[in-house]
Design a protein around this ligand. Structure first.
Ligand code: GLA
Length: 809
């Protein structure tokens, strides 16, 4: 009896304080205890909502925080976006929408704890993963490594973050309970000394007492895991929870478990299907974790918007993200509830009491806070944008020299116009350009074609030209890559432009050296300059024969800024429909609203009502390819973020392609094991080639379709080869109906996304990868889907390798 009483008292003292009560302003403590976090010495399960302050207008922060709270969350998890705070080297901004201190204090006023993730790198589908573009002015910089300049700038920045937030940690009476060191470094490299240096820098910046942690994938975290930091895992909806924590449990059996990013949905890229993830699977993952007392952060609970030029891009390849960061999250882009919200709220209610780690049970549920009011939405009748200012009129600086990148022109974001004289080429020629990211080519003002990095395009055919014709190339930069090694993403024309032709049987190549480089920065002020006629480019080009006439009459004449106005009696959130427009940027009352591109899937842009006013409102659309229809816009009450408008589907099987493997001998055939986790297969001897064909003969669950999450080829010394130049040369079947499950998902560096064939299409299935050049392999690594039981994993397979393309492709 005595024993029982003691156990009850012991259990009671360990009832955790997951309460929804306000975070106290007195000093407290948050520690890592035995298999549990301890908040003021009591067990605590973190139920965090990831939200990003720069993706939400400051006027709406409070409503969004209350929405998260109404979901039963007790914590907010935020990244700090370095490039938003230090847009120019040494010029810091922690005001307005960048006021992180105010955001954290607001969280505390709302009774929420805060987890801060100050990078320096954050990924987050944000331009360059949060790193400032101006770091690239040092061309040979080693980002996210112990490059002296990188470390110097990082230390200066984190010190500034410390000045804002270090006195808001829990030990000083603030709401900050944990601070993250770097972000998912395992998918970038292995470098414990660098991670240690970032840790030390954060400690020095004032985060000396607060709990520090690292996050990574379960397949990666040991690579960079430091002994003195807490390790947390990132994975998404549908993942096999026990599998995800298996390795951590083996290595640190007493560590509390936390999923630091549980992906509620996924991000969208231009030209790809809108991503969704089912509410049931998401809620199932969360309840599985809560049933085990596992802490989590729901990434994203509310995604928000990539205003202006802040959307990043994914790699391998170049896959720029759309403006909306709705993420199919429970709270949508406009801060409204969704079905997912209500399903989650219902489930979370059961876990709103106190958790008892001894019994593994949750106490009596408490009433969740009321759901705050949503902001009203309004429709805006169609209005015209009939003022126009050409883009070349917005040029801010010109340099007559060799080819310059944006960074060399000291420009972060925007477009560049490159002009040069062509030699006399009496026949057709091939123009080669490595353009980041979207180039349009004009000869004497006539539009010749485009070179789109998204589509891996690098060349086009020029017509015969007479000597002294003018070649103009307009290059629009999109978001810098935010993931993988490719984050060192210079913009503009990044290597020599060449023109090759066979003249009189002789192959001749020209490399124009004298270029007129004109920088056209992306900013509202610059757009206004264009309307005010401060046409520096024209003045600069006046010396050039006919240049102005060529621009005015040629294809460049419809490329530029379009301005229109609408009047409001009542303001409200709205979604501007850009379906009539081409590609570019939108500004409303001076606010940079974001990118538009007719290819979709996003067709409308979210404009928060707090940025509108009663009376006249101004809209400027920068269109770098020109409108496609009427120069009008209307405001809708519902978004359109799932409408693709492509010339050809994003699948990889071209018309007429029929892979023919007759006469081909596999370099390896075998059977994969069933179940989750990476598998490695070694070839009997090294093989070389450029094209790798994976043939799937059947699946483990005998269903009629198959999936692959990730695939690596192993090089001569058994290490993974870079996949940056990989492309899908052929894929017999891809499911783009139930999601974005194209063949390239097997090398997108994301374990949670996968290639899937369509149900009902018979085996065998084939995927041919083009590695870009001949390479030597000693084997490969394969990851089936990460969901429990690895659904639709391949059983028997054959691998073929060739230097030339397979027959039939
Ligand atoms: C990773 C990163 C996040 C984000 C997600 C995908 O987990 O850490 O910043 O990029 O992937 O949305």
């Amino acid at each position: 009896m005595k024993h029982l009483l003691f156990s009850l008292a012991f259990a009671a003292s360990f009832l955790c304080c997951n309460s929804l009560a306000a975070a106290p302003a007195q000093p407290g403590s948050f520690k890592v205890g035995n298999k549990t976090f301890l908040l003021n010495d009591k067990p605590f399960v973190v139920k965090a909502a990831e939200v990003h302050y720069p993706r939400i207008p400051r006027e709406y922060w409070d409503q969004r925080i209350k929405m998260c709270k109404a979901l039963g969350m007790n914590t907010l998890c935020i990244y700090i976006f370095w490039n938003s705070h230090e847009q120019q080297e040494g010029v810091f901004d922690f005001t307005g929408n960048n006021d992180i201190r105010a955001f954290v204090q607001l969280a505390q006023q709302n009774g929420m704890w805060v987890i801060v993730r100050p990078g320096p790198y954050v990924c987050a589908e944000w331009e360059m993963g949060g790193l400032p573009w101006w770091l690239l002015k040092k061309k040979d910089i080693r980002l996210r490594e112990q490059d002296p300049y990188f470390m110097e700038r990082l230390e200066i920045f984190e010190k500034k973050v410390g000045e804002q937030l270090a006195d808001l940690t829990i030990d000083k009476g603030g709401p900050i309970i944990m601070v993250q060191v770097e972000n998912e470094y395992g998918s970038y490299g292995e470098d414990k000394p660098y991670i240690s240096a970032v840790r030390d820098c954060l400690r020095k910046s004032g985060f000396d007492k607060v709990e520090l942690f690292q996050c990574d994938w379960s397949s990666n975290f040991t690579k960079n895991g430091l002994d003195d930091l807490t390790w947390t895992m990132n994975f998404g909806t549908g993942a096999n929870i026990d599998q995800e924590f298996k390795k951590l449990g083996e290595l640190r059996p007493n560590s509390p478990k936390m999923c630091s990013e549980f992906w509620s949905g996924w991000f969208d890229k231009w030209g790809g299907r809108h991503e969704t993830r089912g509410a049931e699977a998401m809620v199932d993952g969360i309840t599985q974790m809560l049933d085990r007392g596992i802490s989590f952060s729901l990434y994203m609970t509310h995604g928000g918007t990539n205003w202006g030029h802040w959307a990043g891009a994914n790699s391998p390849g170049f896959a720029p993200d759309v403006t909306s960061y709705d993420y199919d999250a429970p709270i949508n882009e406009a801060g409204q509830t969704t079905d997912k919200f209500w399903t989650l709220r219902k489930a979370m209610e059961k876990y709103s009491g106190d958790y008892d780690p001894v019994t593994g049970k949750w106490g009596a549920p408490k009433k969740l806070p009321a759901v705050p009011k949503e902001f009203p939405t309004i429709a805006i009748p169609k209005f015209e944008l009939n003022e126009f200012a050409p883009l070349y009129g917005a040029c801010a600086s010109n340099v007559e020299a060799g080819l310059k990148t944006f960074e060399e022109m000291n420009m972060g974001w925007g477009s560049m116009l490159y002009v040069t004289d062509l030699p006399d080429i009496p026949v057709q020629s091939v123009l080669k350009i490595d353009a980041h990211d979207y180039a349009q080519v004009f000869v004497d003002g006539k539009y010749i074609g485009k070179i789109d990095r998204v589509k891996h395009e690098t060349s086009l055919i020029l017509p015969p030209v007479k000597g002294m014709s003018m070649l103009s190339i307009l290059v629009e930069g999109m978001g810098r890559i935010n993931f993988g090694r490719a984050i060192k993403d210079f913009k503009g024309i990044v290597s020599d432009v060449t023109i090759s032709a066979e003249v009189l049987n002789i192959e001749t190549t020209w490399k124009p050296k004298a270029w007129f480089n004109s920088a056209i920065p992306d900013s509202y002020q610059n757009a206004i300059q264009a309307f005010e006629g401060k046409q520096q480019l024209i003045q600069a080009l006046e010396k050039k024969k006919n240049a102005i006439n060529i621009f005015i009459k040629g294809g460049l004449s419809k490329i530029g800024y379009y301005r229109g106005y609408f009047n409001l009696k009542k303001t409200g959130d709205t979604f501007l429909n850009l379906e009539n427009w081409g590609k570019g940027q939108v500004y409303v009352n001076g606010h940079a609203i974001g990118r538009h591109w007719y290819i979709g899937p996003q067709q409308t842009l979210y404009v928060p009502g707090c940025w509108l006013k009663k009376g006249q409102n101004e809209v400027i659309v920068l269109d770098v390819i020109g409108p496609r229809g009427e120069q009008t816009i209307e405001g809708l009450q519902k978004p359109i973020i799932d409408k693709l408008n492509l010339d050809r589907p994003q699948t990889h099987r071209l018309e007429g392609q029929n892979l023919d493997l007759s006469g081909e001998k596999p370099v390896k055939e075998g059977e994969f094991k069933s179940g989750n986790g990476w598998q490695e297969v070694k070839f009997d001897q090294p093989v070389s080639g450029r094209y790798v064909c994976i043939e799937a003969l059947n699946s483990h669950n005998n269903r009629e379709y198959c999936c692959i999450a990730e695939w690596y080829m192993l090089g001569a010394n058994g290490t993974r080869l870079s996949r940056e130049s990989w492309q899908v040369a052929y894929c017999d079947d891809e499911d783009i109906e139930s999601g974005n499950k194209t063949g390239d998902k097997i090398f997108d560096l994301q374990e949670s996304t996968y290639w899937s064939t369509n149900r009902g299409v018979q085996f065998p299935h084939y995927l041919v990868i083009d590695l870009g050049q001949d390479q030597t392999f000693t084997g490969f690594q394969y990851l089936p889907r990460v969901e429990a039981g690895a659904p639709e994993s391949i059983r028997q397979y054959r691998i073929y390798v060739k230097s030339s393309l397979f027959k039939g492709l």
